[in-house]
Design a protein around this ligand. Structure first.
Ligand code: ACO
Length: 336
Protein backbone atom coordinates (compact mmCIF):
# COMPACT_ATOMS: atom_id res chain seq x y z
CA UNK A 1 0.00 0.00 0.00
CA UNK A 2 1.47 3.37 -1.02
CA UNK A 3 1.68 5.86 1.81
CA UNK A 4 3.98 8.72 2.82
CA UNK A 5 6.53 9.00 5.60
CA UNK A 6 8.82 11.61 7.09
CA UNK A 7 12.35 10.76 5.97
CA UNK A 8 14.32 13.86 6.93
CA UNK A 9 14.22 16.80 9.33
CA UNK A 10 16.10 20.07 9.58
CA UNK A 11 15.91 23.36 11.42
CA UNK A 12 17.60 26.70 11.75
CA UNK A 13 17.39 29.69 14.07
CA UNK A 14 19.33 32.92 13.53
CA UNK A 15 22.25 33.33 15.95
CA UNK A 16 21.05 36.45 17.81
CA UNK A 17 19.40 35.51 21.10
CA UNK A 18 17.02 38.07 22.61
CA UNK A 19 16.27 37.50 26.29
CA UNK A 20 13.29 38.90 28.17
CA UNK A 21 15.57 41.42 29.88
CA UNK A 22 16.60 42.72 26.44
CA UNK A 23 12.93 43.45 25.73
CA UNK A 24 12.72 45.46 28.97
CA UNK A 25 14.95 48.01 27.21
CA UNK A 26 12.50 48.37 24.30
CA UNK A 27 9.11 48.39 26.07
CA UNK A 28 7.44 48.42 29.46
CA UNK A 29 7.60 44.71 30.26
CA UNK A 30 9.49 42.39 32.60
CA UNK A 31 11.14 39.01 32.61
CA UNK A 32 8.79 38.07 35.45
CA UNK A 33 5.59 38.95 33.50
CA UNK A 34 6.69 37.13 30.35
CA UNK A 35 7.94 34.05 32.22
CA UNK A 36 4.83 33.72 34.39
CA UNK A 37 2.32 34.27 31.58
CA UNK A 38 4.06 32.34 28.80
CA UNK A 39 7.10 30.34 29.98
CA UNK A 40 9.21 32.14 27.34
CA UNK A 41 12.75 33.13 28.40
CA UNK A 42 14.47 33.82 25.06
CA UNK A 43 13.75 34.00 21.33
CA UNK A 44 15.97 34.46 18.26
CA UNK A 45 15.83 37.50 15.97
CA UNK A 46 17.35 37.60 12.49
CA UNK A 47 19.66 40.40 11.35
CA UNK A 48 18.45 43.10 8.94
CA UNK A 49 20.03 41.50 5.86
CA UNK A 50 18.27 38.14 6.33
CA UNK A 51 14.89 37.25 4.81
CA UNK A 52 12.43 34.45 5.52
CA UNK A 53 13.65 32.23 2.66
CA UNK A 54 17.22 32.45 4.01
CA UNK A 55 16.00 30.75 7.20
CA UNK A 56 13.99 28.26 5.14
CA UNK A 57 17.00 27.45 2.97
CA UNK A 58 19.20 26.55 5.96
CA UNK A 59 16.53 24.25 7.42
CA UNK A 60 15.81 22.68 4.00
CA UNK A 61 19.45 21.84 3.29
CA UNK A 62 19.70 20.00 6.61
CA UNK A 63 16.40 18.14 6.09
CA UNK A 64 17.42 17.00 2.59
CA UNK A 65 20.80 15.78 3.85
CA UNK A 66 19.07 14.06 6.77
CA UNK A 67 16.72 12.31 4.33
CA UNK A 68 19.73 10.96 2.44
CA UNK A 69 18.58 12.33 -0.91
CA UNK A 70 19.86 14.97 -3.34
CA UNK A 71 18.03 18.28 -3.67
CA UNK A 72 17.21 17.29 -7.29
CA UNK A 73 15.10 14.44 -5.87
CA UNK A 74 12.62 16.97 -4.42
CA UNK A 75 9.57 17.13 -6.70
CA UNK A 76 7.42 19.67 -4.82
CA UNK A 77 7.86 22.33 -2.12
CA UNK A 78 5.12 23.38 0.30
CA UNK A 79 6.10 26.55 2.15
CA UNK A 80 4.12 27.56 5.23
CA UNK A 81 4.62 31.11 6.47
CA UNK A 82 2.85 34.33 7.41
CA UNK A 83 6.02 36.45 7.32
CA UNK A 84 7.24 35.90 3.76
CA UNK A 85 10.03 37.59 1.83
CA UNK A 86 7.58 39.61 -0.32
CA UNK A 87 3.82 40.20 -0.23
CA UNK A 88 3.85 38.18 -3.46
CA UNK A 89 5.03 35.91 -4.99
CA UNK A 90 5.10 33.20 -2.36
CA UNK A 91 8.31 32.66 -0.42
CA UNK A 92 8.60 29.12 -1.82
CA UNK A 93 9.47 30.71 -5.19
CA UNK A 94 12.43 32.52 -3.62
CA UNK A 95 13.53 29.33 -1.90
CA UNK A 96 13.30 27.36 -5.13
CA UNK A 97 15.52 29.93 -6.87
CA UNK A 98 18.07 29.82 -4.03
CA UNK A 99 18.09 26.02 -4.18
CA UNK A 100 18.51 26.17 -7.97
CA UNK A 101 15.83 23.55 -8.42
CA UNK A 102 14.16 22.94 -11.79
CA UNK A 103 10.51 23.55 -12.66
CA UNK A 104 8.85 21.77 -9.74
CA UNK A 105 5.52 23.05 -8.34
CA UNK A 106 5.54 25.24 -5.24
CA UNK A 107 2.72 25.98 -2.84
CA UNK A 108 2.81 28.80 -0.36
CA UNK A 109 0.22 28.34 2.34
CA UNK A 110 -0.89 30.84 4.95
CA UNK A 111 -2.49 28.86 7.74
CA UNK A 112 -0.67 30.65 10.55
CA UNK A 113 0.35 28.45 13.49
CA UNK A 114 -1.39 25.44 11.90
CA UNK A 115 0.59 25.85 8.66
CA UNK A 116 2.82 22.84 9.23
CA UNK A 117 -0.09 20.44 9.84
CA UNK A 118 -1.89 21.73 6.72
CA UNK A 119 1.34 21.30 4.71
CA UNK A 120 1.84 17.78 6.07
CA UNK A 121 -1.70 16.87 5.08
CA UNK A 122 -1.19 18.20 1.54
CA UNK A 123 2.15 16.41 1.16
CA UNK A 124 0.61 13.16 2.38
CA UNK A 125 -2.24 13.42 -0.14
CA UNK A 126 0.06 14.28 -3.08
CA UNK A 127 2.43 11.41 -2.29
CA UNK A 128 -0.39 8.88 -1.79
CA UNK A 129 -2.02 9.95 -5.05
CA UNK A 130 1.10 8.68 -6.82
CA UNK A 131 2.77 11.40 -8.90
CA UNK A 132 5.10 12.81 -6.26
CA UNK A 133 7.91 11.01 -4.47
CA UNK A 134 9.76 13.49 -2.24
CA UNK A 135 8.03 16.64 -1.02
CA UNK A 136 9.88 19.30 0.95
CA UNK A 137 7.80 21.02 3.62
CA UNK A 138 9.13 24.24 5.12
CA UNK A 139 7.69 26.14 8.07
CA UNK A 140 9.61 29.38 8.44
CA UNK A 141 8.94 32.70 10.14
CA UNK A 142 10.73 35.97 10.43
CA UNK A 143 8.41 37.60 12.93
CA UNK A 144 10.85 40.05 14.49
CA UNK A 145 10.52 42.49 11.55
CA UNK A 146 6.72 42.41 11.76
CA UNK A 147 6.15 43.31 15.40
CA UNK A 148 5.35 46.52 17.23
CA UNK A 149 8.26 46.55 19.67
CA UNK A 150 6.93 49.55 21.62
CA UNK A 151 4.86 49.21 24.80
CA UNK A 152 1.71 49.43 22.64
CA UNK A 153 2.54 46.07 21.03
CA UNK A 154 3.94 44.31 24.10
CA UNK A 155 1.10 41.81 24.49
CA UNK A 156 2.14 40.25 21.16
CA UNK A 157 5.76 41.20 20.49
CA UNK A 158 7.14 39.37 23.53
CA UNK A 159 5.62 36.10 22.28
CA UNK A 160 7.15 35.67 18.84
CA UNK A 161 10.54 34.66 17.47
CA UNK A 162 12.31 33.79 14.20
CA UNK A 163 13.20 30.30 13.00
CA UNK A 164 12.61 27.59 10.43
CA UNK A 165 11.92 23.89 10.37
CA UNK A 166 11.73 21.57 7.38
CA UNK A 167 10.84 17.95 6.72
CA UNK A 168 11.02 15.71 3.67
CA UNK A 169 7.92 13.57 3.10
CA UNK A 170 8.63 10.59 0.83
CA UNK A 171 6.68 7.75 -0.74
CA UNK A 172 6.78 4.40 1.01
CA UNK A 173 5.22 0.98 0.49
CA UNK A 174 3.88 -0.40 3.71
CA UNK A 175 3.31 -4.07 4.50
CA UNK A 176 2.95 -3.92 8.26
CA UNK A 177 0.43 -1.22 9.23
CA UNK A 178 1.27 -1.49 12.94
CA UNK A 179 5.05 -1.15 12.73
CA UNK A 180 6.07 0.42 9.42
CA UNK A 181 6.86 4.15 9.42
CA UNK A 182 4.19 6.26 7.70
CA UNK A 183 1.73 9.09 8.21
CA UNK A 184 -1.42 7.50 9.69
CA UNK A 185 -3.81 10.43 9.24
CA UNK A 186 -4.15 14.20 9.32
CA UNK A 187 -7.16 16.25 10.50
CA UNK A 188 -7.76 19.87 9.52
CA UNK A 189 -10.23 22.51 10.75
CA UNK A 190 -11.00 26.22 10.36
CA UNK A 191 -13.54 28.58 11.91
CA UNK A 192 -13.39 31.90 10.05
CA UNK A 193 -15.90 33.46 12.47
CA UNK A 194 -12.85 34.16 14.63
CA UNK A 195 -10.63 35.54 11.84
CA UNK A 196 -10.41 38.98 13.44
CA UNK A 197 -9.38 37.64 16.85
CA UNK A 198 -5.81 37.08 15.65
CA UNK A 199 -4.88 38.88 12.46
CA UNK A 200 -2.73 41.44 10.68
CA UNK A 201 -5.10 43.65 8.65
CA UNK A 202 -2.61 45.51 6.41
CA UNK A 203 -1.62 45.44 3.66
CA UNK A 204 -5.12 44.37 2.62
CA UNK A 205 -7.86 45.16 0.14
CA UNK A 206 -10.67 45.18 2.71
CA UNK A 207 -9.43 48.39 4.33
CA UNK A 208 -10.53 51.17 1.97
CA UNK A 209 -9.22 52.75 -1.19
CA UNK A 210 -5.63 51.51 -0.92
CA UNK A 211 -4.22 48.21 0.29
CA UNK A 212 -1.40 50.11 2.02
CA UNK A 213 -1.22 53.76 3.00
CA UNK A 214 0.28 56.10 5.55
CA UNK A 215 -3.13 56.22 7.27
CA UNK A 216 -3.10 52.45 7.76
CA UNK A 217 0.44 52.65 9.12
CA UNK A 218 -0.49 55.50 11.47
CA UNK A 219 -3.33 53.33 12.81
CA UNK A 220 -0.85 50.48 13.35
CA UNK A 221 -2.89 48.12 11.15
CA UNK A 222 0.31 46.62 9.68
CA UNK A 223 0.97 45.04 13.09
CA UNK A 224 -0.74 41.89 14.38
CA UNK A 225 -3.83 42.21 16.57
CA UNK A 226 -4.73 39.53 19.10
CA UNK A 227 -7.45 38.87 21.66
CA UNK A 228 -5.14 36.85 23.90
CA UNK A 229 -7.71 35.34 26.25
CA UNK A 230 -10.03 34.20 23.43
CA UNK A 231 -7.07 32.63 21.63
CA UNK A 232 -5.91 30.92 24.80
CA UNK A 233 -9.28 29.31 25.60
CA UNK A 234 -9.87 28.10 22.04
CA UNK A 235 -6.29 26.83 21.67
CA UNK A 236 -6.62 24.56 24.71
CA UNK A 237 -10.07 23.30 23.70
CA UNK A 238 -9.36 22.67 20.02
CA UNK A 239 -5.92 21.11 20.41
CA UNK A 240 -7.35 18.75 23.03
CA UNK A 241 -10.29 17.83 20.79
CA UNK A 242 -8.21 17.27 17.67
CA UNK A 243 -5.73 14.99 19.44
CA UNK A 244 -8.70 12.85 20.58
CA UNK A 245 -10.14 12.91 17.05
CA UNK A 246 -6.81 11.76 15.58
CA UNK A 247 -6.41 8.93 18.11
CA UNK A 248 -9.96 7.77 17.58
CA UNK A 249 -9.58 7.77 13.76
CA UNK A 250 -6.68 5.35 14.15
CA UNK A 251 -8.12 3.23 17.00
CA UNK A 252 -5.27 4.31 19.24
CA UNK A 253 -5.13 5.13 22.94
CA UNK A 254 -3.25 8.05 24.48
CA UNK A 255 -0.66 5.68 25.95
CA UNK A 256 0.17 4.28 22.48
CA UNK A 257 1.80 7.60 21.56
CA UNK A 258 5.52 7.88 22.33
CA UNK A 259 5.87 11.64 21.89
CA UNK A 260 3.63 14.67 21.45
CA UNK A 261 4.62 17.81 19.55
CA UNK A 262 2.19 20.66 20.14
CA UNK A 263 2.37 24.08 18.57
CA UNK A 264 4.53 26.32 20.75
CA UNK A 265 2.59 29.48 21.60
CA UNK A 266 2.59 29.48 25.36
CA UNK A 267 3.77 26.94 27.92
CA UNK A 268 0.51 27.37 29.84
CA UNK A 269 -1.51 26.31 26.79
CA UNK A 270 0.54 23.13 26.39
CA UNK A 271 0.48 22.37 30.13
CA UNK A 272 -3.32 22.71 30.08
CA UNK A 273 -3.67 20.39 27.05
CA UNK A 274 -1.31 17.87 28.68
CA UNK A 275 -3.29 17.95 31.94
CA UNK A 276 -6.67 17.57 30.23
CA UNK A 277 -5.42 14.57 28.24
CA UNK A 278 -3.42 13.16 31.19
CA UNK A 279 -0.23 12.96 29.15
CA UNK A 280 2.96 12.41 31.18
CA UNK A 281 5.01 15.64 31.00
CA UNK A 282 8.09 13.84 29.65
CA UNK A 283 6.17 12.85 26.50
CA UNK A 284 5.50 16.50 25.53
CA UNK A 285 8.48 18.21 23.88
CA UNK A 286 8.43 21.99 24.37
CA UNK A 287 10.76 24.61 22.88
CA UNK A 288 8.73 27.77 23.49
CA UNK A 289 10.95 28.67 26.44
CA UNK A 290 13.96 29.17 24.13
CA UNK A 291 12.46 30.06 20.72
CA UNK A 292 9.14 31.77 21.61
CA UNK A 293 6.34 31.26 19.10
CA UNK A 294 7.78 30.71 15.61
CA UNK A 295 4.28 30.15 14.14
CA UNK A 296 4.49 27.67 11.20
CA UNK A 297 7.99 26.60 12.26
CA UNK A 298 7.34 25.44 15.82
CA UNK A 299 6.54 21.77 15.13
CA UNK A 300 9.32 20.86 12.63
CA UNK A 301 11.78 22.96 14.66
CA UNK A 302 10.84 21.08 17.82
CA UNK A 303 10.98 17.69 16.12
CA UNK A 304 14.47 18.32 14.80
CA UNK A 305 15.63 19.52 18.24
CA UNK A 306 14.18 16.38 19.83
CA UNK A 307 15.93 14.25 17.23
CA UNK A 308 19.26 15.97 17.90
CA UNK A 309 18.78 15.44 21.65
CA UNK A 310 18.17 11.74 21.02
CA UNK A 311 14.60 11.93 22.38
CA UNK A 312 12.84 11.43 19.05
CA UNK A 313 13.86 8.19 17.40
CA UNK A 314 12.97 6.05 14.43
CA UNK A 315 10.09 3.71 15.17
CA UNK A 316 8.35 6.11 17.55
CA UNK A 317 4.64 6.87 17.20
CA UNK A 318 4.20 10.64 17.23
CA UNK A 319 1.12 12.84 17.66
CA UNK A 320 1.14 16.50 16.78
CA UNK A 321 -1.44 19.28 17.07
CA UNK A 322 -1.58 22.99 16.40
CA UNK A 323 -3.94 25.93 16.77
CA UNK A 324 -3.63 29.41 15.35
CA UNK A 325 -5.10 32.41 13.60
CA UNK A 326 -8.07 31.85 11.35
CA UNK A 327 -8.93 30.20 13.71
CA UNK A 328 -7.29 27.10 12.26
CA UNK A 329 -6.37 23.89 14.02
CA UNK A 330 -5.42 20.34 13.21
CA UNK A 331 -3.53 17.21 14.14
CA UNK A 332 -1.55 14.33 12.71
CA UNK A 333 -0.26 10.96 13.85
CA UNK A 334 2.71 9.27 12.20
CA UNK A 335 5.29 6.62 12.90
CA UNK A 336 8.86 7.67 12.21
N1 ACO B 1 4.48 42.93 29.75
C1 ACO B 1 3.87 43.42 30.82
N2 ACO B 1 2.54 43.59 30.91
C2 ACO B 1 1.80 43.22 29.86
C3 ACO B 1 2.38 42.69 28.69
C4 ACO B 1 3.76 42.56 28.66
N3 ACO B 1 4.41 42.06 27.60
N4 ACO B 1 1.40 42.43 27.82
C5 ACO B 1 0.24 42.75 28.41
N5 ACO B 1 0.48 43.25 29.65
C6 ACO B 1 -0.47 43.72 30.63
C7 ACO B 1 -1.80 44.08 30.03
O1 ACO B 1 -1.77 45.40 29.54
C8 ACO B 1 -2.73 43.92 31.22
O2 ACO B 1 -2.64 45.09 31.99
P1 ACO B 1 -3.94 45.70 32.72
O3 ACO B 1 -4.45 44.61 33.61
O4 ACO B 1 -3.38 46.88 33.45
O5 ACO B 1 -4.88 46.04 31.61
C9 ACO B 1 -2.11 42.80 32.02
O6 ACO B 1 -0.76 42.67 31.54
C10 ACO B 1 -2.81 41.46 31.90
O7 ACO B 1 -3.04 41.21 30.56
P2 ACO B 1 -3.89 39.96 30.14
O8 ACO B 1 -4.15 40.07 28.69
O9 ACO B 1 -5.03 39.79 31.08
O10 ACO B 1 -2.86 38.77 30.42
P3 ACO B 1 -3.10 37.24 30.21
O11 ACO B 1 -2.95 36.57 31.50
O12 ACO B 1 -4.32 36.95 29.40
O13 ACO B 1 -1.86 36.85 29.31
C11 ACO B 1 -1.24 36.39 27.06
C12 ACO B 1 -1.67 37.46 28.05
C13 ACO B 1 0.11 35.84 27.49
C14 ACO B 1 -1.10 37.02 25.68
C15 ACO B 1 -2.29 35.27 27.05
O14 ACO B 1 -3.58 35.78 26.88
C16 ACO B 1 -2.01 34.26 26.00
O15 ACO B 1 -1.01 33.57 26.00
N6 ACO B 1 -2.93 34.09 25.07
C17 ACO B 1 -2.72 33.14 23.99
C18 ACO B 1 -2.29 33.91 22.86
C19 ACO B 1 -1.17 33.30 22.11
O16 ACO B 1 -0.45 32.45 22.56
N7 ACO B 1 -1.03 33.80 20.92
C20 ACO B 1 0.00 33.37 20.08
C21 ACO B 1 -0.46 33.31 18.69
S1 ACO B 1 -1.77 32.21 18.51
C22 ACO B 1 -1.17 30.78 18.71
O17 ACO B 1 -0.05 30.57 18.38
C23 ACO B 1 -2.00 29.78 19.34
Amino acid sequence: MRRSKITGMGSYVPPRVVANIDLEKLMDTSDEWITQRTGIKTRHWASDDVGNSDLGLEASNIAIENAGIKKEDIDMIIYATISGDYDFPGTGCFLQAKMELPDIPIFDIKQQCTGFIYALSMADMYVRQGDFKNILIVGAELQSKALDKSTKGRDISVLFGDGAGAVVVSATDINDEKNDPYIYSTHLHTNGQFADKLCCPAPGTALGPERMSQTLIDKGLHFPVMHGKVVFVHAVKKMTETICECLSANNLKMEDIDMFFFHQANMRINDAVGEKLEIPAEKIFNTVQKYGNTTAATIPLGMHDAMKEGKLKEGMLVATAAFGGGFTWGSAIFRL
